[in-house]
Design a protein around this ligand. Sequence first.
Ligand SMILES: [Mg+2]
Length: 221
Amino acid sequence: MARNVAGYKAEGYTRFQLKVGGDPDLDIQRIRQAREVLAPSDRLVADANTGWTQHEAMRVVRAVRDLDVYIEQPCLTYEECLAVRRNTDHPFVLDENVDGLEMLLRAKADLAMDVVNLKISKLGGLTKTKQVRDLCISMGIAMTLEDSWGGDITTSAIAHLAHSTPEEFRFTSTDFNSYVTVSNATGAPQRENGYMKASDKPGLGIEPRFDLLGSVVVDVH
Ligand SMILES: [Mg+2]
């Protein structure tokens, strides 16, 4: 994992998210070794994707207390995450538990996070994500703007959402079209030295490759 992080750093990335949430002892080593290959200004997130139990999460945050690392969604439930949050001084990110406005407002009232991960499909599309995004700006909460997964079309939507968000609230975004081997649209952002930018053409600024999408499954009038 540390070698991969060093490779991405060499490609220009400055923000890194580790997938942890397995064996806590191994995860502690992963976080330590990944942080070691980064510069002080690089941001590192350890995202457990709900994978630790509460006591495992508590062991991990104690064991990496001396490191500059964000902790994302350590446990499955909101209450477990809140318990960990209240017992650590690492910057804290919520993801899976914040699936709409109601949970965002509850988490804000509880001071449950410093950053929130907004996934377009998790929140129900761009319009709803924009509403949550705007509220986060008003409340002073920075955001990871991304989706659950995707290719060129999704990456274009992410880039537009990020461009229209003030820089100080843009924590990270994900270039999912670098993760996949099939291009489903032309004109999508391409990562360059760790950054991507959206097309300035109308709409998402892309042309879907309809030939790749196959025959019509649903026809909406
Ligand atoms: Mg996450």
